[in-house]
Design a protein around this ligand. Structure first.
Ligand code: SAJ
Length: 407
């Protein structure tokens, strides 16, 4: 019942299915069973309340016999850059006793190619003797939704569905067809697993390119944002944005899964991953340089989440930068009106800026647009802004006497 399972369960429950949502976490189950959400996502509350109060969705720790089983558990990356598949294994073990002839099992979790067939399929076959594609049906259908737009994208995005055979893919298409308005494209298990990884890796590589040219532009003393703006006027160029690093639970992880079961060295994929991984440290260095002159430096962070307008801090580059700064004796204050899962201390706007030497804009939440630059400048001790997202206009910043640094 996480970021993907819960919205998917709600959509199915509101479109003709009776849905049993399973989670291993008591706190989540209790919260959902009392009619409350444990995650924040636009429009989720409405679809959840409808499903829950119309009794189409119930939540439990205990699996029961169903017609369709969908696994949407996390697949994080381990320290050795391999996929952590233990939650997939645990979920497959939880359902295997209930799978019977004619059941449909779908994996949604992003996984290295081969996982649906060789892990989920094998776990079920070993226990039940049932063969995927013969006795029961097995499919992979990756989630592709953007946090912050999950409900909209669940309905409107195209889906790629891989089946162990055609019948499995077609049955999964029927299930998702209850609420998906996008097209559904059918293929093999391994192709669909790879497609998901290719999508996120494509984005990672393109962000790495943006980050690299940002550094090169700095060497040339050229404004990278102008370069990108003008280059993107070409009909076949679409350069992404440089930033303080790549966070979240997907883009920074999935490229490793592509490389998992193959023996290739010196790949573009790995190089780009390393460029993006190093990004928070490069940015930290720039920050420490700006603070060089300040005694007992104090900085203010605007935006601690992994990207703008979402509350999630998972793999947030801002957290890594914060750690480096703290280790270097910098007093770090955070003002983030959007964050939901931050374990550190948050400050109100005024306290975060009072006597600060440097404002660090890490992600451009909408709310920051209404904070006046004059107000910011009035509170700070040394008037510096380091804008890592091209959020502010340099001219507007400089009008207030603030010094403007950008990527
Ligand atoms: N970022 C940049 N520059 C950019 C774009 C993003 O630095 O030009 C950074 C963001 O600030 C953030 C990170 O990259 O830290 C990732 O953000 P994102 O918006 O690119 O992606 P996610 O992780 O929120 O969602 C992605 C999406 N994948 C693609 O766009 C290919 C989404 O569709 C997937 O469903 C999701 O991963 C997932 O769950 O796999």
């Amino acid at each position: 019942m996480g970021y993907i399972g819960l919205p998917t369960a709600c959509m199915m429950a509101n479109n003709g299915f009776s849905v049993l949502g399973i989670d291993v976490n008591d706190e989540i189950i209790n919260k959902l069973n009392s009619g409350h959400l444990h995650i924040e996502e636009p429009d989720l509350e409405e679809v959840f309340k409808k499903a829950f109060y119309e009794k189409k969705l119930s939540v439990s720790k205990q699996v029961k016999k169903c017609d369709v089983y969908i696994i949407a558990v996390p697949t994080p990356v381990k320290k050795n850059n391999k996929a952590e598949l233990k939650y997939v294994v645990e979920a497959a073990e939880m359902i295997r006793d209930f799978v019977s002839e004619g059941s449909l099992v779908i994996l949604e979790s992003t996984s290295p190619p081969g996982t649906t067939r060789n892990i989920v399929g094998d776990i079920i076959t070993k226990k039940t003797g049932l063969i995927a594609g013969k006795d029961y049906f097995l499919a992979f259908c990756p989630e592709r939704v953007l946090p912050g737009k999950i409900i909209y994208e669940l309905i409107n995005n195209d889906r790629v569905i891989g089946g162990i055979d055609e019948k499995s893919a077609n049955l999964a298409k029927e299930v998702y067809g209850s609420f998906v308005k996008g097209n559904m494209h059918l293929t093999t298990l391994e192709t669909s697993e790879f497609v998901k990884l290719a999508e996120n890796t494509y984005r990672d590589i393109n962000i790495a390119f943006a980050n690299e040219i940002a550094d090169i532009c700095e060497d040339y003393k050229i404004n990278v944002w102008d370069v990108i703006k003008f280059a993107n006027m070409h009909p076949r160029v679409n350069i992404l944005n440089p930033g303080p690093g790549v966070g979240g639970h997907c883009i920074a992880i999935d490229p490793w899964f592509i490389l998992e079961n193959i023996n290739r060295k010196d790949t573009l994929i790995e190089k780009c991953r390393n460029i993006n991984n190093a990004r928070p440290y490069i940015i930290s260095k720039k920050i420490l340089n700006i603070l060089n002159e300040s005694k007992n430096p104090k900085v203010t962070i605007f935006g601690i989440t992994y990207k703008e307008n979402v509350g999630d801090t998972r793999e947030s580059p801002a957290l890594e930068i914060m750690e480096v700064l703290t280790k270097n004796g910098v007093n770090v204050n955070v003002y983030d009106p959007v964050v939901t899962n931050f374990k550190g201390k948050l400050q109100n706007l005024e306290d975060s800026l009072k006597d600060s030497d440097l404002l660090l804009l890490f992600v451009g939440h909408e709310q920051y647009k209404s904070v006046s630059l004059n107000y910011i400048a009035g509170l700070m001790r040394n008037k510096n802004i380091f804008d890592t997202r091209n959020f502010y206009s340099q001219a507007e910043v400089e009008k207030t006497g603030l010094k403007y640094f950008r990527i």
